[in-house]
Design a protein around this ligand. Structure first.
Ligand SMILES: NC(=O)c1ccc[n+]([C@@H]2O[C@H](COP(=O)([O-])OP(=O)(O)OC[C@H]3O[C@@H](n4cnc5c(N)ncnc54)[C@H](O)[C@@H]3O)[C@@H](O)[C@H]2O)c1
Length: 378
């Protein structure tokens, strides 16, 4: 694994857990983790359960006893690490968004296609697909339970940079992150809505906004927390992105991604309205799925709350008895479960780099759509 901070910790927990919960055709062995600071990566290896620590990811790729490279670094290094790993015959799991630009994502897809021909697999870490209630939403829509999808309504809202004194961390720098709220959290709802509906976005128009254009430089940082120094620098990404879209199955959609939604910490909500019913998911209630079945007799219609903890619900047969709820980190265990099973059985894990490139193309289209903004006449 490369990178050991926020996603590194989440992935480590999943790699530690996955074979203890799921019966799989192969076992994950946590061979080595890479970071740039020798002392810090050694401490992280001990804390997270990795046997060894190294300071250059190329060392991991050169080793014969490593089969999988898990990329948990900021977007500016995804393409270089993933392409080198695939060329060396390593299966790759890469965090989202796949890359910082469409060109990088296309190069990663080309490397993945070439590697696939040699039996080497790759996938992108859109973990919210693996929340059981989201998987169930996908299954119900695919089974036709709400009929043709008309509307998709998706928001992903955070508030961790509303303070103008919050420093200029990597997520606020275009050269490190590619974009701001758009690529960080907007990418999640693009993938999630395309996954649950089985439809792809074909066109968008939207806007992005950067409310705070200058911030103090970082003096110390770790994950999403950081302290500020005195000098300032320019914020080069969006703080918020809003767009509307058309999907290829005839649905229309609205999306909102913001880091300025005061009071909303990690509020991901998706509602899908179909000709025969609706489904709604809220990450703050991740064990639940709301279902409105318009085929029931009129007198019995109403929103019902499915508690998604039954053994027959996706992934849940391996966990606890019904009603014993799970949390955020389980989505990563499920991601590793599906990845290991695909690699071990010679199948392609999902979402593929091609799927993730398509998300990147949507991000790019939203960023460019500002140009078609129509001013209101005065
Ligand atoms: N799936 C999700 O829900 C989710 C959530 C958060 C972040 N992410 C994605 O995960 C990735 C990492 O984000 P994060 O929040 O973990 O960031 P982070 O800042 O918490 O951690 C980044 C890690 O990468 C390391 N790193 C950076 N460049 C490196 C290099 N060249 N070699 C080795 N290590 C290097 C840093 O030292 C750090 O350990 C990003 O692509 C981000 O978009 C996904």
């Amino acid at each position: 694994m490369v990178g050991y901070a926020f996603m590194g910790a989440a992935h480590s927990q999943a790699w530690r857990t996955v074979n203890r919960v799921f019966d799989l055709p192969a076992r994950a062995s946590m061979v080595a983790v890479c970071g740039r600071d020798e002392a810090k990566v050694a401490a992280a290896a001990a804390r997270l359960g990795w046997a060894e620590a190294v300071t250059d990811w190329r060392e991991l790729i050169a080793r014969d006893d490593i089969d999988v490279i898990d990329v948990c670094t900021p977007g500016d290094s995804h393409a270089e690490i993933a392409i080198a790993a695939l060329e060396a015959g390593k299966h790759v799991l890469c965090e989202k968004p796949l890359a910082n630009t469409v060109d990088e994502a296309r190069a990663m897809v080309a490397a993945a296609a070439k590697a696939r021909a040699a039996g080497v697999r790759s996938a992108c870490g859109f973990n919210y697909r693996r929340v059981p209630a989201v998987s169930l939403m996908h299954n119900l829509i695919a089974a036709g339970r709400i009929g043709a999808v008309r509307h998709v309504r998706a928001v992903y809202l955070q508030d961790w940079i509303t303070d103008p004194q919050f420093p200029l961390v990597w997520r606020l720098q275009k050269e490190k992150a590619g974009s701001g709220a758009l690529g960080d959290i907007g990418a999640h709802i693009i993938d999630l809505t395309q996954f649950v509906t089985g439809q792809r976005i074909t066109g968008v128009t939207g806007l992005t906004e950067t409310f705070i254009k200058e911030r103090p430089l970082v003096s110390d940082s770790s994950g999403l927390s950081a302290s500020a120094g005195h000098a300032t620098g320019e914020v080069t990404v969006d703080d918020a992105a809003l767009f509307i879209a058309r999907l290829d199955g005839g649905a229309v959609a609205t999306y909102e991604a913001s880091r300025f939604a005061t009071g909303r910490k990690n509020a991901l909500r998706v509602e899908v309205n179909g000709e025969n019913g609706s489904l709604a998911f809220d990450l703050e209630r991740l064990n639940e799925l709301e279902f409105y079945d318009a085929t029931r007799p009129a007198a019995e219609q109403g929103w019902s709350r499915i508690l998604v903890t039954e053994g027959e619900h996706p992934y849940l047969g391996a966990w606890w008895p019904p009603g014993h709820i799970i949390g955020y980190e389980h989505s990563f265990t499920h991601e590793m479960r599906d990845f290991i099973e695909a690699v071990a059985t010679g199948a392609d894990p999902t979402p593929s780099f091609e799927d993730a490139l398509q998300v990147q193309l949507v991000l790019d289209a939203v960023a460019r759509s500002d140009a078609s903004w129509v001013s209101v006449a005065t």
